[in-house]
Every structure is written in structure tokens, then in C-alpha cells.
Design a protein around this ligand. Sequence first.
Ligand SMILES: [Zn+2]
Length: 296
Amino acid sequence: MTNIENKLVQVATCRLENVADGLKDLLSILSLSRSQTGSGDTADPMSQAGTFNNPIDMGPTVSKEESYAFLNYIKLLEWKPTPEAENKRVFLFALLKIAHKWGCASAMRYAAKEIDSLDGIRPFDKLQLSLSYGVPQWIDRYIPYFIQTPIYKYSDNDKTLLKNSPFLYSLIAEAQIAISNERRQIAIGVPPLHEGAPSCRYYGINHKSSLCNRAWNEGWWNFSKELLRPYPFETRLEDAWSILQEFEFRGVTKACRDEALDVVEESKEFDGEKELIREVCSKVRAELPMGPLTIS
Ligand SMILES: [Zn+2]
């Protein structure tokens, strides 16, 4: 028996316990607490949590529709076809909420998968749901998008939602600044050719003032502009290596170009952005509320 908005709804508690681990734990804690405080006779089945005398209270934050979405999912109410369009969105959001509250992993996975298949659900909606109910896969999928999209390109709704999550906002803003700095460092840190490659026609201590070296410096700057333009994330840093390989360094001898590109490849400096995004994802995942999908 559950109490939903002051209305008692009769459901088979054993069925609920079978599908929702969190609820099973809650029921055993409620029964234990009653037996310890002596407020009920545990030998009397009517005094057990979830019975007519002692219904499970869904609390003020859960609406009747939300509860029914979950009870429908586990087929404890009269079967109804899955709702369509906007109703389906409302149904799935409610199912995710209650499934999280009662620790039902299968319902959470179902709701998350179905939400993924719906049109018009914005990345930030999923991030918001993830922060509320703990859906780790959406963190890994959408945090990169928000970090790699300049904040001025966010929609007004997205900005509002971001303001409601100061933790996320500060992580995203800090990551964008760090990535921007990293790109500037790459742009100004022209890999030095030193004396040049031995087979370069300018090889030697004077290579620094050679046409080859000057062309390399100029070519690097032209390449770097791709990383900085417009500001700051038109090109993903992880794609920079393939851009660099195709880039034409006019006036640089092939030997010097090949040698310099080998040095750049070994430095793995273009991997920094991916690494930073991974760190942010892991920080956000660590803050997710505990639930079936975050502890399994
Ligand atoms: Zn050279």
C-alpha cells in the first residue's frame, strides 16, 4: 500500500521489492525501526511498512502522475500503451525520477534509453537529469559538447539551466579558459628547428636565419590560427594533428618539415584538451547522486 498525494494506492509490495532494490532496503529499514522503537507489533503483518495501516508515503515531492508512471512501467496498474510525443517525454522523465528514488536499475536504464531516442531533448536537459538522478553515460557524452561550445553560442534556456548548476558552470568555464590558454601556448610555442635536418640545404648553425626557418615560423603561425579562430573552439585540438599533417609549409624543406612533425607528434601536446575534458567528466561523475546506475 502506498500513500500518493493522500490517496492510498494498493500495490503488491513483493513485486515492488523484486524490481526496486532501494525500495526493498527502505521497507526493511522501516520495519526494523518500528520493531526497535516498539511502535508496532512486527508479528502483525498489518503493521509492516507498506501495509494498509502503515502505507509507504511517497512524500510531497512526488506527484500522482510520477508515481503512476513507475507503477505502469512495472505493470502494477492497468496496462496502457506507451504515451507518444510530449506525453512520452513527461512519462519518461517521471519514470527516471521514481526509478532513481526507489533504486530500480532496469527502469532507469529503460527510461534513459528511451529518452535518448526522443527528438528535441537538449543536451543540457540530459545533463540536468543526470545531475538529479545519476546517469553517468550522459556526462561523458554531453560534457565535451558544452566545453567545446563557446558559452555565447548557448541558447537562453541552456544559459538558465547552467546558472542553476554553479558547480557545472564553474567547471565548464574553467575548462574553457584552460583549453584556450593551452591553444595559445601551442600557437606561440613554435617547435624549434635548431640547426635543421641534416639533409636540409640550410643545415648548420646559420639555419636559424635561413629561409627554411623563417618559412617554418610563418607556416606554424598560419597553422596555429586554425586553433585560435574564431574564439576559441572552431577546431577540436584532437583534430589538430591531422590538420598539421596536411598543412602546406611553403618554403620549408621536406627534411626539416618531416623532422619537426615527428617532434610534435612525440610531444602529444594536442592530447591535452581531451585529457582535460576527461578530468572534468570524472569530477562531475563523482558528484552525481548515488543511485542504481552510479553504484553498479
Ligand atoms: Zn631546414
